[in-house]
Structure formats: C-alpha cells, structure tokens
Design a protein around this ligand. Sequence first.
Ligand code: SAH
Ligand code: SF4
Ligand code: F3S
Length: 484
Amino acid sequence: MASRGRLGRTPRVILALHMSGDSHKTFYLETFGCQMNVHDSEKVIGTLVNEGYRQVQTVEEAGLVLYNTCSIRDKAEQKVFNRLNDYKKYQKQGKKFGVLGCVAQQEGEKIFERAPWVSLVCGSASYRNLPQMLAQLEAGSRKPETEFQSQRAEPGSPRSDDRGLVRITGLDDRETDACFETEFTARTNPHRGYITIIEGCDKFCAYCVVPFTRGKERSRTSESVLAEARQMADLGYTEIQLLGQNVNSYKDSAGKRSFAEVLAAVGEVPGIRRVRFTTSHPRDFGRDIIHAIDAVPTLCDHVHLPVQSGSDRVLNAMQRLYTREQYLERIAWMKAAKREISITSDVIVGFPGETEEDFAQTLSLLDEVGYDAVFAFKYSPRPNTPSLALEDAIPDEEKARRLEVLMARQRQIQIARYKRYIGTICEVMVEGRNAARAQWMGRTSHNKTLNFTAPEGAAPRVGTYVPVMATISFPNSLLGELVI
Ligand code: SAH
Ligand code: SF4
Ligand code: F3S
C-alpha cells in the first residue's frame, strides 16, 4: 500500500456544487500520511463543504486551518508540534486551528497544552461527529462539557481554559464500532477514487501505532460499499481502490460477503474497469482472493503484500503472525494465477535484535519473490507500541547501511523485471500529460508507470484506456509508444 506515511496530496474540491458554500467560512487543509488519510481528507472536505465552508489553498486566506496528521514513524509528533508553532503567529488574526488524524488521536489533549491556539483535536474514529464539532467551534463554545468533549476526557480535565480558549475533542477510543460514512466525499480525481471498506486494525504488530491511532477493526456492509461503487460508476469513475489497513480482515457487518466476494462484486459493477485493494496482511490473505482475480478481469493483477522481514525470528518478534514459509506459500498462489500478478511489499530494517543473518534472510527473500517494488523503512520506535519496551540497539548508521544495501539489491531485481516488458503491449489508463517531456503519463493494471509518446493528431484523453508498446525500461517505470 502507499500506506507508508508519505506525504499525501490535499484533495481540492472540484465539483461546482461545492463552491456554493457560505463564502466567509473558509478552511485550509493539509494532509500527511497514507491513502486512508488522503481519502479521509476527501471525506472531511466534503463534510465541511456541506456545512457551508469553502476550501482555500493558503493558510492566509483561511478562517479554519486543519492539519491531517500521520504518526507512523520518525518522531512524527515533534514534526506536528513544529508545524503548529509555525501557525501560532496567525492566532492574532482570529484563525482557528484543528489537528486531525493519527497524531491527534495519539497525543490527544496534550496538543492543547503544547499548542494552546489549537481548538479542535480529532482522531479518525470521530470524524462522523465533525458537523457537530464544527457547530461548537463556530459557537465558540465555552460550555464546560459537551457530548463530544466528554467522550474520552478524564473527569475534571479542562474543556475551556481560563482564557476562554475553545477546546473541542473527538477522541473516540478503540472501542467504537462506527465507520465514517458520508455521501459528501470530495474526490480529487474524476476517473479513479478510493472507497474505505474497513477501518482500524486489530493486529498490533509490535512496532506499529495504527491500532492505537485508528481504533479497532470495523467493516462497512458490502451493500453500502457496492452502493458507493455503483454511484461512482454512474459519475464516470472507472477505477476504484478499496482501502483498509488490513483489507483481508474485512467482515461484512451484514454477514453477506467475504472480502474476495466484495472485491469480485465491485469488479462486476458496470462501468468499472479497474479495481485495486490495499493493504493486505499475509496472515489473512486467502487463496479466494487469487481465485477472484482469476475470475474477474477488472480486478488488477497487482497485490501489495507487506512482508516486513524474511527472518522467522524477526517476524515472531514483530508479532506478524506468519512465518517466512507461510508468506512464500501466498506468493506461490499468486505465481500460479492465470495472469501474471505483480507483487510489491514493505520491509522494515533494523528492528530490535535484527542480526546480520536475519537481514541476509530478508535479502534472500527479495530474490526469491522478485518484487516489482519494495518500500523499505528504518525501524522507528513509536509511542504505545509493544516494541518500545525493546532496546532500539541498532545504531542509525547501521540501519541506514542495511536500508541502502536492501534498496540496491531491489534496484537490480527491478531492472531485470522491468526489462521483460520491452516489446510488449500493455493497456494503460491515461493519467495526464508531461508537457516538458512531450509524454503522456500512463499506469498499467500491474500498477506500473508506463509513460508514452503519441503522434500528433492521436492525443489520448486523460482517463481513457489505450494500448501502449513498451520500448525502454527503467528501474521504476517504462517508456513506450501509443499503439494506433
Ligand atoms: N496496514 C499495513 C500498513 C501499515 S503502515 C500493513 O500491515 O502492512 C505502512 C508500513 O509502514 C508498514 O508496512 C511498515 O513497513 C512501516 N512501518 C510501520 N510502523 C513502522 C515503524 N515503527 N518503523 C518503521 N516502519 C514502520
Ligand atoms: Fe500496523 Fe500491523 Fe495493523 Fe499493518 S497490520 S496497520 S503494520 S498493526
Ligand atoms: Fe500514518 Fe495513520 Fe496512515 S499513522 S500511515 S496516517 S494510518
């Protein structure tokens, strides 16, 4: 998954309908983190616009400044506080500030102590309450207690400080069963979009903050997922990506469909041409998913299956709940599929106790699987996580060295893998135009970038699907020519 704590783009509202808001209520939203966060922001934007707010593109123009945060690694909370300090100067202008997302859930009311100019702290499990929270924010509520403030705050904890600063919290804990479902999603791209099918995570991998920041696993009904997919198809979307921290744990809350069945059913929605899903957890990854890919041509032939380590000892310490052998069994299922399935992964190097021998096993796993992409990270100790109790004994330079060795090995693997496409024709979705290079940008069902040239007069439209012959390969992308 691109659930890798990378910077996400802040979606911009593109529907004319959304411009009809009350023009003096404006907001700016900045988003960090995984696709779940990016999509949450699309839903938050839709919710705000429906409440009469207008999205603006700078902090200066905004009355309300929102920051959707990620906490996955690298002292994320410190970075958030640094950014909030940058915002402090705007306080005099009467702007209000809100912190959303994983750092909001993790740090909770501590954010008010360290950045008193913040008025709203809300984790993703509470977004469904945003309309009420916004109303409180506007009212400049000084009430000592409200429904939302009381959800997690300790009795007697401050709701408004003695300067009358507003403090609104949405800090539902792990116990919520509710999903954030809204009909007001402001999707950024008119051709492909996300649908969240499961929120939260119950896996508690030893290094990971997500179970603490996103709460317990809760799935939507497959009917609701399918209704959203049909609605997207009606609006002209042709590609859908199903999202969850662990999509394989999906449990239709109405008990109707397994994950593989929902996947297949979304793939069968008329008008939908590509369906992707992310992220898969090896433990719950069933062979029925491969059968679904075999049976339904719209399901993309790409699986992101994070392995984290090739060593059983480390996998056990990480509490990943599978062995190298079990992981490789899933890979063998994929390799036996009717279509060639592109496989990608995430790896952590330098987990506490990882020896040279453990690391060598991760390298040998890369060779054995032959990934098309690997997202590799240095282990980073995170608050609340079980591995925090383990000594983070591997020095940063050694982690960096392992990361470099791993990436160099993977680069060689990719050079060989991408070369195989030269001379083949792939269908790509046209994603845009790179005017400087006089190229079109395309993406294959394998999720590979395949940029291409097209003769004048044969310019393809963005969002359409066209055949492209690959002519040159790079370690991360392909270049080709439109087939006319
Ligand atoms: N739910 C997904 C993704 C979770 S976060 C999964 O289970 O794979 C995305 C990636 O960030 C993880 O796969 C892992 O490789 C990395 N990651 C998570 N916590 C980390 C930590 N504390 N240090 C370094 N990398 C981490
Ligand atoms: Fe984190 Fe593990 Fe859950 Fe993925 S499955 S979100 S790595 S706890
Ligand atoms: Fe980051 Fe939260 Fe996603 S920690 S990776 S934004 S689930």
